[in-house]
Design a protein around this ligand. Structure first.
Ligand SMILES: *Cc1c(COP(=O)(O)O)cnc(C)c1O
Length: 411
């Protein structure tokens, strides 16, 4: 591998950052594959290429690798291996949880009802909107408070006899809010007992798995979505945890892979990578969290104290370790991001590019930010691999660029 000659960069000189090191602060968008993960994946692209469904010993190596990965993933979230179903990532897992739950009810001849929050990832929200438009399900969207925390009372009150699923994310990808999942799980269980509801509790834990401790057993979670590329694994692989005994069918028909619930020849290298990323995360979790919280708090305190007209989005305490999200008065977040990019810093804004237009983030609006405030938002998602020096550089560049932008009117 080391012998491969890298081609000369072909990017135009304008984008050439020369010797400048890139500072990557967009870990909520994706993370690089960790070197140990890549090493473990490599043989499964070539020598160990067997189809896990075949009978010979070459195939057995793939089967063993898959089952080892399944155990690692199960251990990371306190589940049983047979409760883990590999998918193509967070989006597929979210779609499966929602559509699968609705299908369960449809099979019994009922129309389904889903309770979810106003600040979910588009993989949840767009799916809910489509099912509602097609009259396949009724959806109740639970509002959040100014920190982005869902209202427990409204979750509980929202559960009715037709409710098949409550889906609330474990932590928010834009503003980092940790949701009270244990309490929500309790509310769902209580509604099951007191009102004869058959609701299950699903959580999109894509931003949490591999970043903070999770136990589906202790937390009473029935289904959980996760994605490898958000915690040091490869893109295009993730999983859905489905508690044993829940009669969820798969969305696709095909072979017997994943106990018939998710057919299609297994992506063995990716599954191996996910398993390795899960093992590393489990072993390093405490150290990673400590480092990320210290970097994050350093950034937050520098930004809030040194940049006038800045506010933090999300709670000051109960947030995911690496997340720092801000709104800045009088500037456009997209412009600031371009200037930061020119200075070698990767971050993201709160605007989502939908239908070619920049729409203010639904999450920032849900916590009460105005459209104008939301247009001045920037999210930095840090990793334990960042350094204090990088944090200081980020703070200095942001301060300088925001001052420059304000001088010329902010846009
Ligand atoms: C990234 C993300 C997803 C989508 O995961 P993919 O693996 O990229 O499909 C879903 N939910 C949340 C909260 C995410 O951050």
């Amino acid at each position: 591998m080391q012998d491969i000659q890298r081609p000369e960069p072909t990017a135009p000189a304008f984008f050439d950052r020369g010797e400048m090191d890139l500072i990557y602060a967009d870990n909520a968008a994706t993370t690089p594959v960790l070197p140990e993960v890549l090493d473990e994946m490599m043989p499964y692209f070539s020598e160990e290429f067997g189809n896990a469904a075949s009978a010979y010993s070459l195939a057995n190596k793939s089967r063993v690798a898959i089952s080892r990965a399944r155990e690692s993933v199960a251990r990371l979230i306190g589940a049983q291996p047979e409760e883990i179903f590999f998918t193509s990532g967070g989006t597929e897992s979210d779609n499966w949880a929602l559509r699968g739950a609705v299908n369960m009810r449809k099979d019994l001849g009922y129309r389904a009802h889903i309770v979810t929050s106003a600040i979910e990832h588009p993989a949840i929200l767009r799916t809910c909107e489509e099912m509602q438009a097609r009259k396949e399900a009724d959806i109740t969207y639970i509002p959040v408070d100014e920190d982005g925390v869902v209202s427990l009372k409204e979750v509980f009150d929202g559960i009715g006899p037709d409710t098949v699923l409550v889906s609330v994310m474990h932590s928010n990808n834009e503003i980092g809010t940790l949701e009270p999942v244990e309490e929500i799980a309790k509310a769902v269980a209580q509604a099951r007992e007191s009102r004869g509801s058959n609701a299950y509790f699903h959580t999109d834990a894509v931003q949490s798995v591999g970043h903070i401790p999770i136990s589906v057993t202790k937390s009473g979670i029935d289904m959980l979505s996760a994605s490898a590329h958000k915690f040091g694994g490869p893109k295009g692989i993730g999983f859905l945890y489905i508690r044993k005994g829940i009669p969820m069918r798969g969305l696709m028909r095909g072979g017997a892979q994943e106990r018939g619930r998710r057919p299609g020849t297994e992506n063995v290298p990716a599954i191996v990578g996910l398993g390795c990323a899960a093992r590393l995360a489990a072993a390093q979790l405490e150290d990673r969290i400590k480092k990320e919280i210290s970097l994050r708090d350093r950034l937050i305190s520098r930004v809030l104290s040194e940049i006038p007209g800045s506010i933090l989005n999300g709670p000051s305490g109960l947030r995911i370790p690496g997340n720092a999200s801000f709104c800045f008065d009088g500037i456009n977040g997209e412009t600031l991001l371009m200037l930061m990019d020119n200075a070698g810093i990767c971050a993201s804004s709160g605007s989502a590019c939908s239908t070619g237009a920049l729409e203010p983030s639904h999450v920032l609006k849900a916590i009460g930010r105005t459209d104008l405030q939301a247009s001045g938002s920037v999210r930095l998602s840090l990793s334990y691999r960042n350094t204090e020096g990088e944090i200081d550089r980020i703070a200095e560049v942001m301060k300088e660029k925001i001052e420059d932008l304000r001088k010329i009117g902010g846009r």
